[in-house]
Design a protein around this ligand. Structure first.
Ligand code: GLC
Ligand code: GLC
Length: 628
């Protein structure tokens, strides 16, 4: 037998290009085929892909091969994410190296560094107003530091996720500055209008993201004589994705970052990328074409990297980000399961899971192709009550009344509420009120602790662990938001920071409490209990093969309105996951559980047998079971 020579890089590139070309060119043809420079654009794109591949470091090329062989790597139960602010967690990049033991001890295999590319000075919307995509925020370190951290994470088997803002750049980005000066090439990178006439027509059907402090979707700059499209803040200028040049620029940036060692690109605010008169300009079909084309580009030149698409929208609008219809298996590998998050909070407040069951069963398929959810309870953003009137109506509620109830409950004003949160962006026109607050404070800990209420404190701890057990078993990568593993409370001091006072989301972006973290091991404080409980949940998840995201998640009709139930249909045998959303005991009939496929009556979460008495399993307040 002759030994085969190692396959040359050029040949691998050609194979990958052939694999993904059918996903790429038809999208670009539809989007940009009518553009006069289309042929030149194609040539330049191909060149950029090849160049990025040539520049890709050998260790990453090795990872590419490994992941080609294990395409389900991100769906495995060993995956568990942690979302952190570099400065609030460790001050800077270099210090993160000393915190890796902490993350590993918790069971983390995926770390999302919140926006870390060079932002504009002053208020940068938490870093989402980027002025240079090829440089690290100097307050955190240099690109060399970033690569060192990326390598250290890789050595420990931790994937690195960072944000790539696709919808807009800071108005201080060099492209925007050239556009402001009148350079026609760069004017075409943005959406600029000579008068307010067209903006006004668009406004008729647009919604407002930040109605309080950034009303409207356009900003008038008399000094440049233009109205500029600014969906979010005034300093965030929307990019013109109808211009193929923008696509080329972003591909270059995306692959540059992948070649620095980024595993997961979190594509920010993607819903807004395509504008069409007469629509909300959200989730237009072209958005999905662009995202499929971007995905094809990274599969060709940096296939170890995957895409997380951030679209915080209603259920039916969210799924396409994970590839539906002709995009099946070809779009985002991950997308936030915003509905699961919203329904968690809704069920906790009402002690009634019927809406949750209805929404999660009615809108979501039991499985996805080459994709899964990013499951979470809290993140750096506010909570918008994405419950449609139709879904509420199906259960006989009023959508607007239910949404208003949830805001009142979680800002703490509803009588009997356990929560302590604060409002975000009240929209007077629509009555829409969003909520900010940390997991622990929204779950009742702040109120209970300040009232020295031991039972309330215990209930809050259990609610947090209920949430973490839910996202660890639902299917997808659970994301633990920094500080939530220690039950950190609201940081009311945000209001004293001038750059943050106008944005209540800073209430749930506290400094990491390292004192609590180091004491977490032995004591019976909420921080210690939640830390050890969360670590236990992630360890049991990793040990439970059937929780692989590729196994279907079938939402069941639970045997009681206080319970939420789903079955993970694993080839090794089903796992029946049950959650008690109330502070009362609930009865689980043994016959029901057996009928749903639970045979051995072993709880994979506590790793202990479960026994029924007189045909009933008694579930304590906020109990969670993963019955094998
Ligand atoms: C994303 C971010 C959010 C930011 C917005 C604008 O939705 O999650 O924090 O404000 O994009 O960039
Ligand atoms: C809206 C947007 C989302 C953004 C958030 C910021 O929900 O859809 O993209 O992150 O507002 O608050």
């Amino acid at each position: 037998m002759t030994k085969a020579a190692a396959m040359p890089g050029e040949e691998i590139f050609a194979l990958r290009l052939a694999r993904s070309a059918p996903d790429l060119w038809p999208m670009l043809e539809t989007l940009y085929g009518g553009h006069p420079d289309y042929a030149a654009f194609r040539t330049r794109l191909l060149k950029a892909l090849r160049k990025a591949w040539e520049d890709r470091p050998d260790d990453l090329k090795h990872l590419d091969l490994k992941r080609d062989l294990e395409p389900d790597w991100f769906q495995r139960p060993g995956m568990a994410g942690y979302v952190l602010y570099i400065d609030r967690f460790a001050e800077n990049l270099t210090n993160i190296l000393e915190k890796l033991d902490y993350l590993q001890d918790l069971g983390i295999t995926y770390a999302h560094f919140m926006p870390c590319l060079k932002p504009r000075a002053g208020d940068s919307d938490g870093g989402y107003s980027v002025m240079d995509y090829r440089r690290i925020n100097p307050a955190y370190g240099t690109m060399a530091d970033f690569e060192t951290v990326a390598r250290a994470l890789r050595e420990r088997g931790i994937s690195l996720c960072i944000d790539l803002v696709l919808n807009h750049t800071a108005k201080e980005h060099s492209w925007a500055k050239k556009a402001a000066k009148g350079d026609p090439k760069y004017r075409d990178y943005y959406l600029m209008f000579d008068s307010s006439e067209i903006p006004k027509r668009f406004e008729e059907s647009l919604v407002e993201v930040f109605p309080d402090n950034a009303p409207g979707n356009f900003t008038h700059y008399p000094e440049i004589g233009k109205w500029v499209w600014t969906t979010f803040n005034e300093h965030q200028w929307d990019l013109n994705w109808a211009n193929p040049q923008v696509f080329l620029e972003i591909v270059g940036i995306m692959l540059f970052l992948a070649n620095r060692g980024v595993d997961v690109l979190r594509l920010d605010a993607v819903a807004f990328m395509w504008k069409r008169m007469g629509t909300r300009c959200q989730s237009e079909p072209e958005v999905h074409m662009i995202l499929q084309a971007l995905r094809a580009c990274s599969r060709i030149a940096a296939p170890a990297a995957i895409h997380l698409e951030e679209a915080i929208v209603a259920p039916a609008e969210m799924l396409p980000y994970l590839g539906r219809g002709r995009h099946d298996g070809k779009e985002g590998n991950l997308a936030y399961h915003n509905s699961l998050m919203v329904q968690f909070w809704s069920s906790l407040a009402t002690r009634d899971t019927r809406l949750m069951t209805h929404v999660l069963r009615g809108h979501f398929p039991t499985r996805l192709t080459n994709a899964t959810y990013a499951t979470y309870i809290r993140c750096h953003d506010d909570i918008g009550w994405a419950v449609t009137d139709e879904d509420a109506g199906a259960l006989g509620f009023s959508g607007s009344a239910h949404r208003a109830f949830l805001s009142d409950f979680y800002d703490g004003t509803f009588p009997g509420s356990f929560a302590r949160g604060t409002l975000f962006q009240v929209n007077e026109a629509t009555g829409d009120k969003r909520i900010s607050g940390s997991f622990a404070s929204l779950a009742g800990l702040e109120k209970a602790v300040s009232a020295a209420d031991a039972a309330g404190t215990e209930a809050a701890v259990q609610r947090i662990l209920l949430g973490h057990a839910l996202i660890a078993s639902f299917g997808g990568i659970p994301l633990i938001y920094m500080g939530d593993e220690l039950a950190q409370l609201n940081d009311w001091s945000y209001a004293d920071v001038p750059a943050h006072a106008h944005d209540s989301r800073w209430i749930h972006r506290p400094q990491m409490d390292w004192t609590a973290a180091t004491q977490g091991e032995a004591d019976a404080t909420p921080a210690g209990l939640v830390f050890r409980g969360t670590r236990h949940i992630l360890a049991r998840r990793a040990a439970t093969a059937g929780l692989h995201a590729g196994n279907p998640t079938e939402i069941l009709s639970p045997p009681g309105a206080g319970l939420f139930a789903f079955r993970r249909a694993a080839p090794e045998g089903p796992i029946l996951c049950l959650f008690n959303f109330t502070e009362g005991w609930q009865n689980l009939p043994e016959t029901w559980a057996r009928h749903m496929g639970a045979r051995g009556f072993h709880d994979a979460l506590s790793d202990t047998p479960v026994t029924a008495h007189h045909g009933v399993v008694a579930l304590p307040p906020y109990a969670r079971l993963w019955l094998l």
